[in-house]
Design a protein around this ligand. Structure first.
Ligand SMILES: [Zn+2]
Ligand SMILES: [Zn+2]
Length: 431
């Protein structure tokens, strides 16, 4: 880019679900914002054959800073996000120190100002130190700019405390995101409880351990009349419960990560710790139910739960390894490949809505749209590009991915934040 601060993106297929736009036409940018008039003296990009979408948003990412910069940093994590087509990420509070106070929030915001190539929004903790004992100061975290409240990685077991958290969050207009896990049922579970946990002699993690809390969250969302969003849904029973509650008008929602629908628990037979996730990868029937949930609108947010771990931590016995996989660079291609092309569950237009309109609406972010006046956060997508992901080429500092050497159809090829290109696919035609 030159120093001209105006830009024209020409000939692209513009898909902007927030405005019901689905047509070939130009997009204009001036001073970092979308404008409706053609600017003078503008740089231009030929997007012929590409889809021009609002910048993708991932509301569930672990950037590991502060405290675990050997796994990922705000700099490396946001570069991986840009390479995945993301212009905004929401980082989870399970850092060291925990994001349960205004000063850690300002530290992350300042670090992001210096090092991040995409927008970083912070989620604050529900409880101090994610200990599930005492509420974190939700009001002062709201004032410091958090966009949601979650104890992700843990789950508040005390229902009365959770109710109070939801009531406080409601006062500040913040949605609650919940990692649904009943500790007494899950205990030391490492893989899905079922045929494979029995065959392999590994401690099972039953679906009921998720569903019990999903049901609890439905009851509390209804009682408090405030949005609760269930993170990384993995089981058929969770989908059914969320569907029924949404039909009754309960403000409950759910999200899906690619690993939960790309693989089954049979993969664990190889003892590869890149298939060890929380909640665990489950059965074919669970995948079928999740796909139905995406198709009928029960589950309306997609995300990675990008959880980088150093290889020395993952390259240990299965029981000992930490839970989690990376995903920022492969999530959009994986969903595009599976949902749009292979299984034809949803059209591309809806896939883009699941990554822009709905996450922005849930977290009340002023993103996810190409409306005039909006920040010029834009993702150019080649929905038919066949390519193979190699973890050695990843921009993340960690490589605990189950998608190494997997071939996908569809990929972001260029990512712009405030009108500036922050990533472009090497060798793509408008490099
Ligand atoms: Zn989680
Ligand atoms: Zn997570």
């Amino acid at each position: 880019m030159s120093d001209v601060d105006s830009l024209k993106i020409l000939n692209g297929h513009v898909i902007d679900p927030a405005n019901g736009v689905d047509r070939v036409g130009p997009i204009y940018v001036e001073n970092g914002r979308i404008v409706s008039h053609e600017p003078n003296k503008a740089e231009w990009i030929d997007a012929n054959g590409l889809v021009v979408a609002p910048g993708l948003i991932d509301i569930h990412v672990h950037l590991r800073e502060p405290g675990q910069s050997h796994k990922e940093t705000i700099a490396s994590g946001t570069r991986a996000a840009a390479a995945g087509g993301f212009t905004s990420v929401v980082c989870m509070p399970n850092t060291f120190p925990t994001v349960d106070n205004p000063s850690t929030i300002s530290w992350i915001q300042e670090r992001a100002r210096q090092k991040a190539v995409v927008n970083v929004f912070c989620a604050g903790a529900i409880t101090k130190g994610l200990m599930g004992q005492a509420l974190a100061p939700i009001g002062s975290m709201a004032a410091a700019g958090v966009v949601a409240i979650t104890d992700d990685g843990f789950c508040v077991q005390n229902h009365g405390l959770m109710r109070r958290a939801i009531e406080y969050a409601k006062m500040f207009g913040l949605p609650i995101l919940d990692h649904c896990q009943d500790e007494s049922l899950v205990s030391d579970g490492v893989i899905n409880e079922g045929e494979w946990s029995v065959r392999l002699g590994m401690q099972g993690w039953p679906s009921a351990g998720e569903e019990l809390i999903v049901e609890r969250d439905i009851l509390l969302a209804e009682l408090c009349q405030h949005p609760v969003h269930c993170q990384h849904i993995s089981s058929a029973g969770s989908v059914r419960r969320i569907r029924e509650a949404r039909r009754r008008g309960v403000p409950i929602s759910g999200e899906v990560c690619p690993h939960h629908i790309f693989f089954t628990d049979a993969e664990v037979a190889g003892f590869d710790t890149c298939f060890k996730t929380n909640p665990p990868i489950r059965s074919e029937e669970d995948i079928t139910a999740i796909l139905e949930g995406i198709s009928d609108g029960t589950l309306n947010v997609l995300c990675s739960d990008h959880a980088p771990h150093a290889s020395f931590e993952k390259e240990v016995e299965f029981d000992q390894a930490p839970f989690g996989v990376t995903g920022l660079e492969t999530e959009f291609p994986a969903f595009c490949d599976l949902l749009v092309h292979r299984r034809k569950i949803i059209p591309l237009k809806r896939l883009i809505a699941l990554y822009t309109l709905y996450p922005a609406r849930l977290l009340r972010l002023d993103r996810g749209t190409l409306s005039p006046g909006a920040s010029a956060d834009i993702t150019l997508i080649d929905p038919n590009l066949e390519w193979t992901f190699h973890k050695k080429e990843s921009l993340s500092m960690s490589s605990n991915t189950p998608f190494d050497n997997v071939t996908f159809c569809g990929r972001a090829v260029r990512t712009l934040v405030r009108g500036h290109t922050v990533w472009i696919l090497e060798g793509s035609k408008n490099e």
